[in-house]
Design a protein around this ligand. Structure first.
Ligand code: ATP
Ligand code: MG
Length: 511
């Protein structure tokens, strides 16, 4: 089933080159997209996908090359021109105004001279009409701060459609979504193309490319490697085209050795922002030398649990012991001093200081310690060497420790955090959605890094919404449901169906 109209090329990017200083982010890239087509862009972290789309959306000017929209040569000076030409973009990080309503956000910047109050009524109607047409259901009167990430994304899509977008660019739209929200989005994409819209989607998930896209253009280190017809290409082919080598999807690990209790969580109760018990009498032990995976549907207390373990959220009752020491309601710094490191879920907010350099971000928690500072004076040499080493080991690109964190691609920002937390060499490493937004090669790397920690006799707590990842990496799997552990099984005995049932609350009691 295809909605493509091959007689209409809606986007043609010809020989696009984009340089930042002497770094070439896009190197002579060609891209052709037809009306009604879903075209995927695939490439490693830092390959240049977002940059190419920012050029199409007028956020960047190409260093050289030409853009044709509906076969007409177009110079896209800024996003306003892009919007006029029918191009809309939903970014990796949303740009909505939190205290405003859905409808207000959609018409923001578009109010006409008729005055905002009149337009609001019409806007609400228009939003409803658009919602119905494409199956993008949202409550126009809800405030952004009160709706889920999946809903916020719908608002971004509606905002683009409201401005007359015919070509929609989606930059990693599923990275922030739950599995159910991803299914909904795939439906929405179908309904959009059935009605003649054209979609360019950036994603690292090969399964999603297979499910949504007609064509896929693969970019490696700024260059276009190939454009393939998705139905004729396997996931393995896509992966190896993208990284230039075979990718091993299966995590190889040796038998674990039984270790002592690393962290013991006893009957923990933690409230969410609304004051409701999100963690509701949860008990769990993680041993050194094992990876314990936490499976569960989003919103069953995972985030609150991690925040409590990290010292960021108040524990109402119950206890947390790390290596036998009570760390309940200790500060994040004290938690860290007790050898617990956390790869946080929200990396832009918690993980990085965007205006600091990569090197500074890599020593964020340790700058006051030797060898990074001596008698209160920072040793830039040692910091630089340390950063250079991490950049090599974790394959962060570009290999320049002086670059500011905000100039790194999304995936490379994550690698910086992961590198920093793993090299802290904690007794317990808590990894929350550690591979979100990473390319398949980087995922392989992170999984191996977690296994390496475990083989060194450390405890690893892996929290992920992706069952494949949980099953593939963990030694034991605990299932969380309504703030409680409803069962723990050996990963060897786990399958999707059993876990799915337990995640829906149909589990047996703990071990
Ligand atoms: N404003 C900028 N200044 C300097 N370098 C930049 C800038 N924006 C991007 N880059 C560099 O260009 C390269 C491509 O970045 P881009 O964001 O396009 O990657 P990407 O393919 O979208 O990666 P990811 O999958 O990680 O999001 C990266 O090496 C990045 O560091
Ligand atoms: Mg990107």
């Amino acid at each position: 089933m295809s909605n493509i109209d091959f007689n209409h090329k809606v986007v043609e990017m010809k020989n696009i080159t984009k340089k930042f200083g002497d770094f070439t982010a896009n190197d002579n890239i060609n891209l052709t997209v037809h009306k009604g087509e879903v075209h995927a862009l695939l490439g490693e972290n830092g390959a240049g996908k977002t940059t190419l789309m920012n050029v199409l959306y007028g956020l960047y000017q190409p260093t050289s090359g030409e853009i044709y929209i509906r076969e007409e040569k177009t110079s896209i000076e800024d996003p306003n021109v892009a919007i006029k030409k029918g191009i809309g973009m939903v970014h990796q990080h949303f740009m909505l105004v939190q205290p405003f309503t859905v409808a207000e956000n959609i018409i923001l910047g578009m109010e006409t001279t008729r005055g905002i109050s009149l337009d609001m009524k019409k806007a609400v109607e228009d939003v409803k009409k658009l919602s119905d047409k494409y199956g993008l259901y949202v409550d126009p009167n809800a405030k952004i701060q009160d709706i889920s990430v999946g809903m916020q994304q719908r608002v971004e899509i509606l905002k683009a459609l409201y401005r007359g977008a015919e070509i929609l660019i989606l930059d990693e739209p599923t990275a922030v979504l739950t599995p159910q929200e991803i299914e909904d989005l795939i439906e929405i994409i179908r309904s959009l193309t059935e009605q003649g819209k054209t979609i360019i989607i950036i994603t690292h998930k090969l399964k999603e490319i297979k499910m949504t896209s007609n064509y896929c253009t693969i970019i490696r280190r700024g260059k276009r490697i190939d454009t393939v017809k998705v139905s004729e290409t396997s996931e393995d082919d896509l992966a190896s085209k993208m990284v230039g080598r075979e990718v091993n999807f299966k995590v190889v690990k040796k038998e674990r050795e039984k270790g002592n209790t690393s962290i013991k969580i006893d009957n923990l109760v933690v409230k969410d922002n609304r004051g409701i018990n999100a963690v509701d009498g949860l008990s769990l032990e993680i041993n050194s030398g094992e990876i314990l995976g936490l499976a569960g549907i989003d919103g069953n207390g995972q985030s609150e649990l991690i925040e409590a373990l990290n010292g960021l959220r108040y524990v109402d009752s119950g206890k947390i012991f790390m290596n036998g020491k009570d760390i309940t309601n200790k500060s994040p710094k004290e938690v860290l001093d007790n050898n617990v490191a956390v790869i946080p879920e929200d990396r832009q907010k918690r993980g990085l200081v965007l205006d600091f350099s990569m090197a500074e971000n890599m020593i964020l928690e340790n700058y006051h310690k030797e060898p990074f500072s001596k008698r209160g004076i920072l040793s830039y040499n040692n910091i630089e060497n340390f950063a250079k080493d991490l950049i090599k080991r974790f394959d962060v690109r570009p290999e320049n420790e002086k670059i500011k964190a905000k100039a790194l691609s999304g995936g490379n920002q994550q690698k910086v955090i992961i590198a920093r937390e793993v090299t802290n060499d904690p007794d317990l490493l808590i990894a929350s959605q550690p591979t979100r937004g990473l390319d398949v090669g980087a995922i392989e790397y992170v999984h191996n890094a977690l296994v390496e920690q475990r083989d060194k006799g450390k405890a690893v707590f892996l929290v992920s919404l992706e069952l494949d990842e949980i099953m593939n990496v963990s030694d034991r799997i605990a299932v969380i449901y309504e703030g409680k552990i409803v069962g723990i099984i050996d990963a060897k005995d786990a399958d999707e169906k059993t876990l799915g049932l337990m995640m829906a609350g149909g589990g047996k009691d703990g071990e």
